[in-house]
Ligand binder design. Sequence first.
Ligand code: ADP
Ligand code: MG
Length: 327
Amino acid sequence: MPAPGEFDLIARIRARCPERDDVRLGIGDDSALLQPPMGELLAITSDTLNSGVHFPAMTDAEAVGHKALAVNLSDLAAMGARPLWCTLALCLPGSDADWLDAFLDGFLALAQAHGIALVGGDTTQGPLSICVTAIGSVRDGQALRRDGARPGDDVWLTGTVGDAAAGLLLARNPDTLGQPDDVAFLRERLDRPTPRVAAGIALRGLASAAIDVSDGVLADLGHVLDASGLGAEVQLERVPTSPALAACVPEPGRRVLQLSGGDDYELCFTAAPAQRGQVVATLEALDLAVARIGTCTEATGMRVIDADGQPWQPPGTGYRHFDGPNG
Ligand code: ADP
Ligand code: MG
């Protein structure tokens, strides 16, 4: 059988996209035609995954499909937006129907779980790269923006951090010691991140500002503080650690992964101290752990304080493209 061409691949994708009332016209025309929810603002975000940069080149196709959508859902979550639709620009090194089917297994399972419809895209040939645009909606005034934090607000973090960075370390150094279950957990956190969509929606009206942790807690909290014109004090021992991370990565390297490692896709948000009980109850209802890791300060700059009350100096504050030795 000859390798499928561009339109065969698109037909394969289209066949797996169910119809929906708010998608008046989906895959197949020059543009999709969509019916936005009455009176809501659209939240639109794009994220690209490049092979070898955003996922190890040998990552299985199903995980790549999951992650390509997950990182975009995470950006909608960080705005408190409800996912609606997405597009998928696929750049593939070759026409491989099996790879595409496995990729779609991961992508569409997550799409279905979050009620987001795939409505279009582009299919081209070149080095493996996936660009997803996700569209969500939120009522005017309810979005979780980066610029809403106020002095004295608590700084919160969902889930645990450092897991994905440890997963990447383990993927690159397979000889590193660790129990198989712990290693598998950390690798799963890297390959199949869980976007905190329900948490983002539940935090509308509670959080004063929010961001998703894609580049590292310090870097991403720094964006919130910059946008809000504030600083913060972060208590190192309050930063949440998974048992697998504690078992696999010793101090002090672990703290570096936790504060500066990216790809966890947890939510970092601020809220007034009066909301503490409500924040805990809201996330408990979603079965999601939440930790209060610090406080926003009028003085700018971030201070990380260790268990002895001493300042902790981070060696780096996050991943930036074009900064490394390889550009
Ligand atoms: P055009 O040449 O008009 O840009 P294409 O031939 O690129 O159209 O795409 C045909 C249809 O298939 C369009 O509706 C487009 O949105 C959709 N499409 C193409 N690639 C993908 C993809 N990877 N995922 C989802 N839809 C796709
Ligand atoms: Mg096109």
